[in-house]
Design a protein around this ligand. Structure first.
Ligand code: HEM
Length: 317
């Protein structure tokens, strides 16, 4: 009896010291019950005006979670003495910041100082996927916002030139297996890449080949023509850039993957069956994607006093 009191007391003290409250689906049930609804309305309104932002919001979530965990560090603006993550070359084409700001403002009006920017990013990405025709999944909330955002931390983001072995390694470091790598790469069913991200495949590729041999030859000519307009020219990952579907995996099967890091998933015998499986079975892709993206949303999450609830998503309190 005494022993169990001691255990309970010990747990309470630990909870007080760390300020930790576990993540949960209904984390804001008492403190901000309309949080989900406000984010959904904001996202839907933004996407009605610009459907291409669905891709931006999903990518924002990925680039947030893979650097310092899902703590909205990607949203912080640089200051005089600190160059933040968002000014790294890998993040310069990120989009959707305004949508997060709008949602945060509406939420602050209703329940000030309660809902973290990190949770808003995760919920907005979820709503963007669903809006684009993808699966709906429930997510836990209670992430705290980080206080650190440094350009050098973005070295952890995978480069588009990586081959499958390197990709498998990077994702393994974050706890994902090869199948989850393919499922998450399926996010490239949405959006575009700029020529700068894949032009290395179109000429002077390597000592043996001028053009990347895994690229369909007629597609490579189309890309070269498009990219003659400049490095910032945008090319969709698949034929349906605003629809969350299996178009990306079908493209890989035709040698029409845009990035080296996309096409390599079909070249490598370890991941090719997964690509083919998803191309043929949308339900399987959706199920695996939602499991993997929920897991991504829990990467190195800060709880309690490990972080804060930022009042403005672009700066620490
Ligand atoms: C597997 C490793 C990955 C690499 C190397 C990679 C790299 C890239 C690159 C280079 C771009 C185009 C950027 C530009 O040219 O401006 C891009 C776009 C995008 N990425 Fe990834 N990515 C990866 C995984 C992911 C994951 C896991 C997600 C989300 C779960 C994601 C979501 C997106 C989306 C939605 C876009 C389109 C953005 C837009 O249209 O604004 N990517 N990615």
């Amino acid at each position: 009896m005494v022993a169990s009191y001691v255990v309970v007391l010990f747990l309470l003290i630990e909870l007080l010291i760390s300020g930790a409250e576990a993540l949960s689906m209904d984390y804001y049930m008492m403190s901000c019950p309309f949080m989900d609804q406000i984010v959904r309305n904001t996202v839907n309104q933004a996407l009605r005006q610009d459907p291409t932002l669905a891709a931006g919001l999903l990518r924002l979530h990925f680039h947030d979670c893979f650097v310092q965990g899902c703590d909205a560090s990607v949203l912080i603006d640089s200051t005089e003495d600190n160059t933040a993550e968002k000014d790294s070359p890998a993040n310069l084409s990120l989009r959707g910041y305004e949508v997060i700001d709008t949602a945060k403002k509406s939420i602050e009006d209703q329940c000030p100082g309660v809902v973290s920017c990190a949770d808003i990013v995760a919920v907005a990405a979820r709503d963007a996927v669903f809006w684009a025709g993808g699966p709906f999944y429930e997510i836990s909330k209670g992430r705290k916002d980080g206080r650190r955002s440094k350009i050098e931390d973005t070295v952890n983001l995978p480069a588009p030139t990586l081959n499958s072995t390197a990709l498998i390694k990077v994702f393994d470091q974050h706890g994902f297996d090869a199948r989850e790598l393919v499922a998450l790469s399926g996010a490239h069913t949405l959006g575009v890449a700029r020529c700068a991200s894949f032009k290395n495949r179109l000429s002077n590729f390597d000592s043996a080949n001028d053009v990347d041999p895994t690229l369909d030859s007629s597609f490579s000519r189309t890309l070269s023509r498009a990219c003659s307009a400049g490095d910032d020219t945008q090319v969709p990952f698949d034929r349906t850039r605003n629809s969350f579907d299996t178009g990306y995996f079908n493209a890989l099967q035709r040698g029409m993957g845009l990035l080296s890091s996309d096409q390599t998933l079909f070249t490598d015998p370890r991941t090719r069956p997964v690509v083919s499986g998803y191309a043929a079975n949308v339900a399987m892709f959706f199920l695996d994607f939602q499991q993997a993206v929920i897991k991504m949303g829990l990467l190195d999450v800060k709880e309690g006093s490990q972080g804060e609830v930022r009042l403005h998503c672009r700066r620490v309190n």
